[in-house]
Design a protein around this ligand. Structure first.
Ligand SMILES: *Cc1c(COP(=O)(O)O)cnc(C)c1O
Length: 387
């Protein structure tokens, strides 16, 4: 995917060597509107902050969505600072301090265990309030496929479906918590829109039956995130297919259906750019060595794929000697770290690439900077340019 002109213009202004993330808030708003248009009217759309916690991204999506989903005290603080109208707090390892902060912020907590329910009850009682909770459930069977299955399989997330009756029975004895529904986040990076719509329908159906069986006054069903993009192509989960699939879904009256995607909202609003500092040939391969690397953008190393890039040609060459270049070549785009694993893409075709040109990696707005090991080798961080 080629960067739009406003992104390349921002990069051309920067000091050399270029190393930057560009975040495009207009792209965030456009994608948010497209996702919202695919959801049944009245659906609550939250943004999962862990995909990209940059304050400008969080602020933009807090305004464009109905609220934010957070998974730590740090994200909670950012969500409050961003003015989120609604906050949902999830994650498997909440501390007492985080639970107290969630109660103070009026966040709805997705409870992940019986012990956490007791601790939240104590925090809410201490604050003189009653906390609304959704119980996160690891269902007996997974209804959806994707790259990171989190339910229907052994994971540390949520309450095992078999243990749900005991957790709900415990909740009835705790005066400062009120179970209002279920949280059923199940998958990451699902690109099959029809399957995702079927998953949401099944989540609603399962929740209605579970609420009936256990005497829960069902007011919310959180189907989580997981709407996917394909990094190796321009493909995104087909929002028209999602809309058609969800149009047939029956959301019971009085039930708040929540979706809390991260990746699909933020991925295409981010561009990672790194200048070529050197070109070398060893043992028959060509390496483009970048000012940057996996300490800024770890996703391809973490997931084991090659992240596509485009070449932004830069004409200026400040040295008196000839400029190294390759033509009609295949190159490995590697970073500045002293490890052979610092690879963003292998064996990628380039028409022409020179030292001083800039590689621009599209779809890096989600799980890019935020999941990377910034301090390894202590290179300077990239610039962050917000459009
Ligand atoms: C990570 C996560 C999300 C967001 O997932 P995406 O794949 O980015 O849409 C939503 N909810 C929970 C509980 C998560 O852990």
């Amino acid at each position: 995917m080629r960067p739009p002109d406003r992104v390349t213009a921002a990069l051309r202004d920067r000091p050399r060597p270029v190393c930057a993330y560009v975040y495009d808030t207009a792209a965030l708003r456009t994608r948010t509107a497209a996702v919202r248009a695919a959801l049944p009217p009245g659906t609550t759309l939250l943004y999962a902050v862990k995909a990209n916690g940059h304050p400008d991204v969080v602020r933009t999506l807090a305004a464009g969505c109905d609220g934010l989903e957070v998974a730590s005290g740090g994200e909670l603080a950012r969500a409050v600072a961003a003015g989120a109208r609604r906050i949902v707090f999830g994650g498997p390892a909440k501390t007492d301090a985080e639970l107290a902060a969630a109660v103070a912020a009026g966040a709805q907590v997705n409870v992940e265990s019986a012990l956490e329910l007791r601790r939240l009850d104590r925090a809410a009682a201490a604050a003189g309030t009653v906390a609304d909770v959704a119980v996160r459930v690891n269902r007996a069977r997974s209804a959806v496929t994707g790259s990171h299955a989190m339910t229907g399989t052994p994971t540390p997330f949520g309450v095992d479906e078999a243990g749900l009756p005991q957790v709900l029975a415990l909740a009835r004895t705790l005066p400062a918590v009120r179970v209002t529904g279920f949280h059923l986040h199940a998958v990451s990076n699902n690109r099959d829109a029809a399957a995702h719509a079927a998953f949401v329908a099944d989540a609603l159906d399962w929740s209605v039956r579970a609420a009936d069986r256990h005497g829960v006054d069902l007011r919310l069903v959180n189907a989580g995130g997981g709407l996917g993009v394909d990094y190796r192509s321009a493909a995104t989960l087909d929002l028209d297919v999602l809309r058609a699939g969800l149009a047939a879904v029956d959301v019971p009256a009085g039930v708040d259906l929540i979706l809390e995607p991260g990746r699909i909202l933020a991925a295409d609003a981010g561009w990672y750019a790194a200048e070529v500092l050197d070109l070398k040939h060893t043992h028959g391969r060509t390496f483009a060595v970048l000012r940057g690397g996996t300490h800024h953008f770890r996703l391809p190393a973490a997931w084991g794929y090659d992240h596509p890039f485009t070449v932004l040609p830069v004409e200026a060459w400040p040295y008196p000697w000839p400029r190294p270049e390759v033509r009609d070549a295949h190159v490995d785009a590697v970073g500045e770290l002293c490890t052979p694993r610092d690879v963003l893409a292998r064996d990628q075709p380039v028409d022409r690439l020179r030292v001083g040109d800039v590689l621009v990696f599209a779809r890096t707005g989600a799980y890019g900077w935020d999941i990377s090991h910034h301090d390894f080798l202590r290179h300077d961080p990239p610039e962050f340019l917000v459009l």
